[in-house]
Design a protein around this ligand. Structure first.
Ligand code: SF4
Ligand code: MG
Length: 313
């Protein structure tokens, strides 16, 4: 709710500091229980910062993260520790979070013991179960991280998260580092977990074709601001924001008789420390007019459950 995360602010809190980076600049959205919400944007749009803030792995400048009505950023350390198993994070590169000297069975089971969720004698059985759920042969349990491929490592990362039986998982670009053929396998694993475990996901990606498979609703971010938010079907069939249209126009459609208008964006994403005034997208928008350069467009509901921030819509 109105989440803000500014960097470089503390040095000069009373004056306007031009080097303040507004990585997340007042973003609000709701994730419904059991759904997979997709957050999409180019690098530097603030998606990872939001993902980490949502789980309180990163502090915030202001705003609230309400989880079942409780503001996570207002909880004590002890309260947070009790809740932690229920809210898990899956990283883009699971290898960096795996200790090369620890066998993967121990790495996966570690958190269960840390949180006192089962006894030492039960851990191995639980690990074997999640290995199977995640499509890893059980004989892998005593191997080391370097013995696995990228796709298998991501399965290990997923196993580590789900062994705690979480209600909510933030997955930050979990397939971006993988080959396309492997991506499809991991996406299938996510959709299996959605169906079988009723986990709620925040799924972060820069790739609209990836979120299309998994997400029921999708938010499109640009320079720390939500530009459009809609159900998957609305967003893909009726994108309203020029930025969303441009992103979608780059996604190939398998059916050659269907065509999307191709919108090529001018230039690069601007420096987040010095974002454009008015609509942050105006420097790249093919439809920008004077009002776009002067006034920030309001993020408003233009059709039921379809929100957009654009003067033109
Ligand atoms: Fe483009 Fe103006 Fe809409 Fe921004 S407000 S997306 S610049 S038309
Ligand atoms: Mg990121």
């Amino acid at each position: 709710k109105n989440l803000k995360k500014y960097y470089g602010e503390s040095a000069n809190i009373f004056k306007r500091n031009p080097s303040v980076v507004k990585a997340v600049d007042g973003v609000s959205f709701t994730i419904h229980q059991g759904e997979t919400f997709g957050l999409v944007g180019e690098s530097g749009s603030g998606k990872s910062t939001i993902g980490k803030s949502v789980l309180r792995l990163s502090s915030i400048t202001s705003g609230e993260v309400l989880y079942n009505g409780q503001n996570l950023h207002g909880l004590s350390k002890d309260e947070m520790r009790t809740l932690r198993p229920k809210i898990q994070f899956i990283f883009q590169d699971p290898y960096s979070s795996l200790n090369p000297r620890i066998r993967i069975g121990d790495a996966i089971g570690e958190a269960l013991l840390d949180h006192g969720l089962c006894s030492k004698s039960e851990v191995r059985q639980k690990v074997l179960e999640v290995l199977e759920v995640c499509g890893l042969a059980t004989h892998h349990i005593d191997r080391f991280p370097h013995e696995f491929s990228g796709g298998q490592r991501q399965r290990i990362g997923i196993a580590r998260a789900i062994i705690l039986q979480p209600d909510f998982i933030v997955a930050d670009e979990p397939v971006s580092a993988l080959d396309v053929s492997i991506q499809a396998q991991i996406i299938n694993l996510f959709s299996k977990l959605q169906k079988e475990k009723q986990i709620t996901f925040l799924f972060i990606s820069h790739d609209l074709s990836v979120v299309e498979h998994l997400c029921s609703r999708i938010g499109v971010l640009y320079l720390g601001t939500m530009m459009e938010l809609a159900s998957r079907d609305d967003l893909y069939s009726n994108p309203l924001h020029p930025y969303t249209k441009a992103l979608l126009s780059a996604v190939p459609i398998p059916d050659p008789t269907l065509k999307r208008e191709r919108i090529i964006l001018k230039g690069d994403i601007p420096n987040p420390a010095d974002p454009p005034k008015g609509c942050k997208f105006h420097t790249r928008c093919p439809f920008a007019t004077d009002i776009c350069r002067a006034e920030v467009p309001e993020f408003r509901e233009v059709e039921p459950e379809h929100f957009v921030a654009c003067h033109l819509v």
